[in-house]
Write a protein that binds this ligand. Sequence first.
Ligand code: SF4
Length: 409
Amino acid sequence: MKDYTLLCPQMAPVHFALFDATFAWRGYKVVVLSEVDHNAVEYGLRYVNNDACYPAIVVCGQLIQALKSGKYDLAHTGVLISQTCGGCRSTNYRALLDLALKRSGFGEVKVFPFNVNVIKSSGGVLAGRFDVDLAFVRKLLVTILYGDILLLLSNRCRPYEVYAGATDKLTSHWLSKLREMILHGGRYSISKCMSDIVADFESLELNDSVRKPKVGVVGEILVKYHPNANRNLAATIESEGGEVVVPGILDFTLYCLSSDQHKKPYADVSFLAGLKSKFAIWIIEKYRDKIRYAMRNSKRFKSPKQFYHLVEKARKVISTCNQTGEGWLLTGEMVELIEDGCPNIVCVQPFGCLPNHITGKGVFKELRLRYPIANITTIDYDAGTTEVNQLNRIKLMMSVAQKNLQYIS
Ligand code: SF4
């Protein structure tokens, strides 16, 4: 396994810029594929069943494009794919990829699925191939936290920067520094690192006299974070005069980990399973406290809320038994954004994504009733959807957001 080059599809550029270093620290050579271009989507459409979700087409297409590039020794190249093992169609991504590889002539390439249930059932050895021990899990967790903090701070600063490009430059600087730290460790503690990141972004020169509407981005995980899959949504919102607020990936991780707790009253879930879930979330929140501590005195940045705060927000509107796709998390994030002074929301999902239509679009009416200021728009992404339609929706949402700005403190 360690003599393989593992190709990993892109999902969230800031976080994934660090993941290969995390795997390299454990001795795995992971190559994160940087971008998805038109050809990658074409490969996806050609080799994946048309009924499959858009993320499956993007992910499989990107992997096939990389294999076709001739850059990799196929006898020692594998591909990484995530699975959720739930009711969602992403459970079948592995099977879709197997078929796509066969159809495209790469049937011999090994597929390494990455999913939490396999880790659980393998007692620490993921699919019999990855060594997953506590040190590695901790490293992965810290990597997500670094990604989350950089995403939060850069989104807050970029729209107001006095010197164009200064935020992205600082983000790149920290990404390189963090990669070194992940790989080689050193004397830097996580807390010190978080404080230094916050201090650096705090010292960026911003134009504080300008007020821009905040626009939350929620939805299916791939189209939410992947700029090529969502046609550079964040950049579009910024160019239309908004400030983007994207909730972090850690909440999605905790959402997955908390499922046993929410099922408990309705399904046969053991007391121990609920306890383990609570314990894991408690430990992870202790790590996230390092971000909160680093931001404790900041007037510029708002630190992330506790996970159970999000659970309570979602429960106001739907049952937390909605656990397929992004499930209740999607609703919870919308409620939290609105109550936190960000009533403008773009809810993104792949075309035909049933679970997220229920917990996304399906709750809009209720949200508008409860929060009349809510200015929510929904955008479906698909290989065939026209950009003009999507852009018009964003422009319409932004014009309402600009008008409503006077009512938001
Ligand atoms: S969340 Fe939606 S897009 Fe993603 S796999 Fe499930 S059904 Fe498909």
